[in-house]
Every structure is written in structure tokens, then in C-alpha cells.
Design a protein around this ligand. Sequence first.
Ligand code: CTP
Length: 403
Amino acid sequence: MLQGKKILLGVTGSIAAYKSLLLVRLLVREGAAVRVIQTPASRDFVTPLSLATLSKNPVHSDLFAGDTWANHVELGRWADVFVIAPLSCNTLAKMANGLCDNLLLATYLSAICPVLAAPAMDEDMWRHRATQDNLQRIRGFGNQVIPVEKGELASGLFGDGRMAEPETIVEFIRSILLERKDELAGRKALVTAGPTYEAIDPVRFIGNHSSGKMGIAIAEELAARGAQVHLVLGPSSLAVEGDGITLHRVTSAEEMHRVALAEFAAADIAILAAAVADYKPVERAPEKIKKKDGNLVLELTRTPDILRTLGGLKKPGQTLVGFALETTDGRSYALDKLRSKNADWIVLNTLSDNGAGFGFDTNKITIFGNDGSELAFEKKPKQQVAKDIVDTVIGRNPFVKRL
Ligand code: CTP
């Protein structure tokens, strides 16, 4: 519950502004005090009357009203958190450059509380270098950015850029205001993530479509709760954020195996989310293989199974979590992996679930415990899925009673 928390909501000009009405409602329902600042452009999308009615407070919009000056410093100091949702491309650019031509920006520049922003824009605007640079900049100023979601956009196109759902934004607000910071202080964690590449020759490899998103989100979640995390990451283009993460970049299954083995001894918890290649070429050709007539036969050999190795080495007090990505019979394969690899938990995601698995920002999981527990979760953004996984495996999920 956010009872008594003071939340300042900034609304900017974007089609997604309609969702801010629902956000205000959810926050008020949780017992939070909500005050709203609108940019002038946002009034074309959602009215001050609606926001004032739902928040039960007058809406602020102008730096000057008549001959009175709006006290942006007071607003910025009042709030426990300043949430800008939706964050338009234009306001983002102004925030990145310190512009101050409306009340929202003046308040942003003088706020002393954490600032959380939920961008919303069309995919092409989202992908533009300028937008990505601006996001990087505002993150660098210490603001937190809620990831956009993939889906239908106002333009009618489908892609990245949708503002996170109000429920997700509330989760982020909770995670800022209801601190879990020190929950895992002093604990060590090992996470594997991403694909592995098994070289065929100097220019080709056997790999898979894993982006590393899920594992990185787990590493960031563990670090946010105070754990010292060793993240062993296969080839991934994604950035890793968060203090407390030691990043080991690896390429092949063998390298990942070696680093994971070295770090496991000191780990209290290991979550193996990597999509490790099960086979590699028996030989790596020293030069590029030239094409010839007829078929090419590649002989493959098994790579080490990291989860199985760690399962064999696991000591009392260590928690070992594996993943299972299946296309059929997910439940029985997941239970089989739990037993055969001596894991404490297996997180199952099935490719047949729309919006789950490789490359998506969302995932839909079921977690199986070695005590017979089985927990199915809704489809959620990967950051939220990471929270569910961590909550469950460290015993913070109220729905799981560990033996
Ligand atoms: N895993 C691993 N090392 C491997 C293969 C898999 O550590 N060489 C881990 C993955 O990180 C994941 C779990 O084992 O946590 C399950 O991986 P998956 O590929 O789904 O299962 P496999 O055991 O390889 O079985 P199969 O390919 O038959 O489904």
C-alpha cells in the first residue's frame, strides 16, 4: 500500500495521457496523496477537470496564473516521488537539456525527490538516436526510466514505444517508495544470461535468438536489493545497469561454464537464465570455410551443462534456479529438469505463449519448486517477472510456503 505517500504526477502531451487518469485512480485507491502538473500540450489530450476530480486536488499547469507565481519549488519539495507519465519526446528532450519553459519542467529541475518517467511515443521516434541519447542523459542525471512496452501504437503501427500500463507504473512507484534495498545485503549471487556462440570458423557460429533481457533484469533486481551480483553474459547488445553488478562477458558455453563454476563457490544464490548452446562444432576451422558443391556436414559435440554441473556441486544453503524454455510439454520437461539437474527452482517459459520468450519485453512464466510448489504468473514486463522470480526464490512470495 502507498498509504500516506505523496506522489506528484506530471502529465505531458501524448495519446497515452488517457492512461494517467487510471494511474491517478490506482494511486488514490492505494491511499496516496496525488497532485498533478500538466504541460500546456497535455490539455489537448486529457482535461484538468478529470485529473483534478480523480486526484481530489487542483491541477497545476501554469508558471504564472494572473499575477500569481506558481511555487514549483514547493511542489518539488512536497513530493516523495515525481512521476512523469506519459513522458513525451518533447519533454524528454527538454529534460535532457535543462530547458524550463513550463511549470512541469521548472518543478523537475527543482525537485529533490526521486524522479520516475514513463516514456510514450511511436516506435520510430523511440528508436531515433536523439531520443535514445536523451534517455541516456536523463538516466545519467539519476532519473529512473520505466521501459516502454511493445504493442499497438497510436500510429496504428506495432512496435516499441507504448507507455507502461498504469499497474506497472504503480509497481515501480512501490519499488522506489517501499524500499527493499537491503534485503539481500551481504549476499552473493550468480546469474547467467544471453545466448552463447559456438564458432564454426572465424566468421560463423552456432547461436540462438536469446537477447539476454530476462537474465539482465534478474541481475539488476538482485543488485537493487543489495546483493553482490556476478553476471555472466553471453553475446548481447544490451546495456547492464546497476551498482553491485560485476559483469563477465563471455562468448561460448565453455567460457560461460568456466566463469560460472569459479563464481558459484561463493554464491548464496545462482539463477541460470542463459540460453546455452547444447552443441558446438567438433572442430573450429582455422580459416573461413569456402563453399563447395554438395552438402556440408558439420559434426557437433556436446557443451558442458552448467546447471547440471552446479547442481552436482550445490551445498546446503545455496539456492539454484534454472530455466526451461520449451515448445511442447512444458510442465513435464520443467519437472524433469528440476529433478535431473538438482535445482531448487525451475522457471518455465513456453514459446507458444504470445509475448513470452526470446526478444520480447514481456514474459509469462510458471515457477516449479522442488517442494512441489507450482506458481503460474500473468504475462508481465520482464522487470516485473524478475521481481516475481526473486521474491519466490528468496522466500518473499507469500503464495509459496517453503518446507
Ligand atoms: N543450461 C546450462 N548449460 C547448458 C544447457 C542449459 O546451464 N549447456 C541451463 C540453462 O541456463 C537453463 C536450463 O539449463 O537454466 C535449461 O536449459 P534448456 O536448454 O532449456 O534445457 P536442456 O537441459 O539443455 O535440455 P533440452 O535441450 O533437452 O531441452
